[in-house]
Write a protein that binds this ligand. Structure first.
Ligand code: PHE
Length: 449
C-alpha cells in the first residue's frame, strides 16, 4: 500500500463507524472516566467534560476525519498534501506520531492489567476471593515486574497481529465482532446495577451539578480527557478517515461517534459508582477503582464468575480496538513514507513501542524511583499526552482546518444540503472557540505544574 491508488479502504461505511467507535471507546471510558470523575467531585466535572466534548471535541473530530478523507494520506503527509510539500504544518503530524507512540506505551500496560484480571476471573480466583484478597491482587500485580511485562507483551502482540493483517481484513473485522459485544454487556451490567442499593446515589453523584466542587484543575483534566476519549489531536481519527471514500457528510457520523463514546462513559460511570456506593466505598480511589470495585459487583451477581470473564474479555476488546488505532497511526506513516510492507511496519513500530511499554511496566516497581517532574514513566506519558501533546495537536489541527482550509472544507465536511448556520458554527468553532479554549487550558496546565 505505498501509493494512493493501491491504498486500503474500509469495506463498508458501517465498518468505519465501528472502527472509529472502537478507537474512541476504550480504557478511557471504562477505566479512566470513572476514576477521574471520582477524583474531581462528580457532577460538576461531568458537566464540564460534556461541554468540552461538544464545543471542543466535536469540531476537532469533524476536522480530523475530513483531513484524512480529503488527503487519503497518513498523519504527516496529510498536511503536505492539503497545504504544500514540505509545509511546516507537517510538524502537527510528527506531534501526532509522538503522541501515538507514548499513549500506546502506557496503554498497553493497562491492557495487560485487564488480561491479568481476565485470567483471574477465568480460573475462579476472583469470585472465590474475599474483598481484601481482591484488593491485594492489584498490589501483587504492581509488585511483579515479570507479570506486568508478560501481560504487556501479550497485549502488544495481539495489537500487532491485527494491524499487520490490514485495514479491512484486520482492523475492520476485529471491530465488527468486539464493539457490538461490548455495548450489549455494558447494558446488561447497567440493568443489574439498577437493582443495587447504590444506584440512586451513583446517579446523584454523576448528575448533580455542584459548582462548588468545580476547580480549574478539574476543568483541565476534563478537556484533556475529551481529547483522550475521542482519540483526538494525534491522528487516529485522521488516519481512519483516510480510509474513507466518497463525498458523504461526515457530520452525522462524527456526531454519532461522540454520542456513542459519551454514552459508554456515562454508563460505565453509573455501573462503577453504583458498586462503589453500594459497598460504602469512597469514589476518589484513583486508578485502581475499576480493578478493585468491579469484581465486587460480580461477586454479588448470580453467575458472577461468567459475567466477570465476559466483562474483562470485553474490556480487553475495548482496549485492544483502541490500541489498534494507535498503532495504525504509526504503521500508516511508516509504510507510506518508507514503502515498507504493512507487516514490516507493524512489527517495527510495535517493537519500538513495546520497549517503551516495558519501561512503563517497570515504573510500578523496579523503576519506581526514576522520576521526571516528580512523575514516574507511566504517569509522565499519561500526563504529557492528555494534558499537553494531544491538546496541542488538536489546537493546531483546528487552526489548520479553520484558517488554512476554511469555508470550502467546512462545506465539504457538512455535506449537502448545507445549512449556512451549521457551517458558520463549525468554521468559528475551529477558528476561534476550540483553539482559545485549548490554549487557555494549555497555559493553565503549565502554570499549574
Ligand atoms: N480513546 C481511547 C480511550 O478512550 C484512547 C485513545 C487515544 C485511542 C488516542 C486512540 C488514540 O481509551
Amino acid at each position: 500500500m505505498t501509493t494512493a491508488t493501491k491504498r486500503a479502504h474500509w469495506h463498508t461505511r458501517a465498518g468505519f463507524l465501528l472502527a472509529a467507535a472502537g478507537s474512541a471507546v476504550g480504557l478511557g471510558n471504562i477505566w479512566k472516566f470513572p476514576y477521574i470523575t471520582g477524583e474531581n467531585g462528580g457532577g460538576a466535572f461531568v458537566l464540564v467534560y460534556l461541554a468540552c466534548v461538544t464545543f471542543v471535541g466535536l469540531p476537532i473530530l469533524l476536522a480530523e476525519v475530513y483531513l484524512g478523507r480529503e488527503s487519503q494520506r497518513n498523519v504527516v503527509q496529510t498536511f503536505e498534501t492539503l497545504h504544500r510539500p514540505g509545509s511546516a504544518w507537517r510538524i502537527v503530524g510528527w506531534l501526532g506520531l509522538l503522541s501515538a507512540f507514548c499513549i500506546l506505551g502506557f496503554y498497553s500496560v493497562v491492557g495487560g492489567w485487564v488480561v491479568h484480571f481476565g485470567l483471574k476471573s477465568v480460573t475462579g480466583a476472583l469470585s472465590a476471593a474475599s474483598d481484601a484478597t481482591v484488593e491485594h491482587y492489584l498490589e501483587e500485580l504492581f509488585a511483579s515486574p515479570a507479570l506486568l511485562v508478560l501481560w504487556h507483551t501479550l497485549f502488544m502482540g495481539a495489537t500487532v497481529a491485527i494491524v499487520a493483517r490490514g485495514v479491512s481484513a484486520g482492523i475492520e473485522r476485529a471491530n465488527r465482532v468486539m464493539m457490538p459485544g461490548l455495548i450489549v454487556l455494558l447494558v446488561l451490567l447497567l440493568v443489574r446495577a439498577a437493582a443495587m442499593p447504590g444506584f440512586g446515589t451513583a446517579l446523584e453523584f454523576l448528575f448533580r451539578f455542584d459548582f462548588e466542587a468545580l476547580s480549574a484543575r478539574g476543568a483541565l483534566v476534563a478537556v484533556g480527557h475529551a481529547f483522550f476519549t475521542l482519540s483526538l489531536g494525534m491522528g487516529a481519527m485522521l488516519t481512519y478517515g483516510s480510509y474513507l471514500t466518497g463525498p458523504h457528510s461526515i457530520a452525522r457520523t462524527a456526531l454519532g461517534l461522540a454520542v456513542i463514546d459519551t454514552a459508554v462513559s456515562l454508563m460505565a460511570g453509573v455501573v462503577v459508582f453504583t458498586v462503589v456506593f453500594s459497598f460504602g466505598q469512597e469514589p476518589g480511589a484513583g486508578p485502581p477503582l475499576v480493578f478493585v470495585t468491579l469484581p465486587l459487583l460480580f461477586k454479588q451477581m448470580g453467575g458472577g464468575q461468567l459475567v466477570a470473564v465476559a466483562f474483562f474479555l470485553l474490556v480487553f476488546f475495548a482496549a485492544l480496538t483502541s490500541a489498534i488505532s494507535l498503532l495504525e497511526v504509526v504503521v500508516a506513516y511508516a509504510s507510506e513514507r518508507f514503502g515498507w510492507t504493512r507487516r514490516r511496519a507493524a512489527l517495527s513500530a510495535g517493537a519500538a513501542i513495546y520497549l517503551l511499554g516495558v519501561l512503563c511496566a517497570l515504573s510500578f516497581n523496579l523503576l519506581a524511583e526514576v522520576k521526571l517532574l516528580g512523575l514516574t514513566v507511566f504517569d509522565l506519558l499519561d500526563s504529557a499526552t492528555s494534558k499537553f501533546t494531544m491538546p496541542l495537536g488538536g489546537l493546531l489541527i483546528a487552526l489548520f482546518y479553520g484558517w488554512v482550509l476554511g469555508p470550502r472544507a467546512v462545506a465539504h465536511t457538512v455535506g449537502r444540503p448545507v445549512s449556512a448556520l451549521v457551517c458558520q458554527v463549525l468554521l468559528w468553532s475551529t477558528r476561534l472557540v476550540a483553539p482559545l479554549a485549548v490554549a487557555w487550558l494549555l497555559v493553565a496546565g503549565l502554570v499549574d505544574r
